[in-house]
Design a protein around this ligand. Structure first.
Ligand code: 5GP
Length: 124
């Protein structure tokens, strides 16, 4: 059973298709654990999505079922992307929407990185 209530992993989701190279993306980083690319509808001057290469529908699913090495590798990649983008000194925000109340749209776990300006209130 999936952990998050989003249903079983759907191989046809948009990020799975980007991972397979079936759809284009503006890649900013890739390693064994993660792929990072610009969000198609940026909400800050820098808005990058970081996705694991493994099929997990949500943060809850990823945290509960991915091997520890995969989780560590993924979050290390998130930090590397932010650093590579020059965001460490000015600062940045990471965010993961999990499930319906958080408006998770794409059922492949992903972390948003926002930066490039002083960000506003934490929640809208
Ligand atoms: P969520 O609400 O699931 O946390 O965020 C999904 C994000 O994926 C949104 O910010 C949306 O703009 C982005 N997105 C949706 N479809 C595509 C796509 O085809 N390419 C890219 N690069 N981003 C997408």
């Amino acid at each position: 059973m999936p952990v998050s209530g989003l249903g079983p992993y759907d191989d046809a989701n948009i990020f799975a298709r980007i991972l397979r190279g079936e759809l284009p993306c503006r890649k900013v980083y890739e390693d064994d654990y993660a792929l990072a690319f610009d969000d198609i509808a940026p909400q800050a001057p820098v808005h990058v999505l970081v996705i694991p290469k493994t099929p997990h529908v949500s943060f809850a699913d990823f945290a509960a079922t991915a091997p520890a090495e995969t989780i560590a590798g993924f979050f290390a990649a998130v930090a590397k992307v932010a650093k590579q983008l020059g965001l460490e000194e000015p600062g940045y925000r990471i965010l993961a929407n999990m499930g319906h109340h958080a408006h998770q749209e794409v059922p492949h776990f992903h972390v948003h990185i926002f930066g490039g300006r002083k960000l506003g209130a934490m929640l809208a």
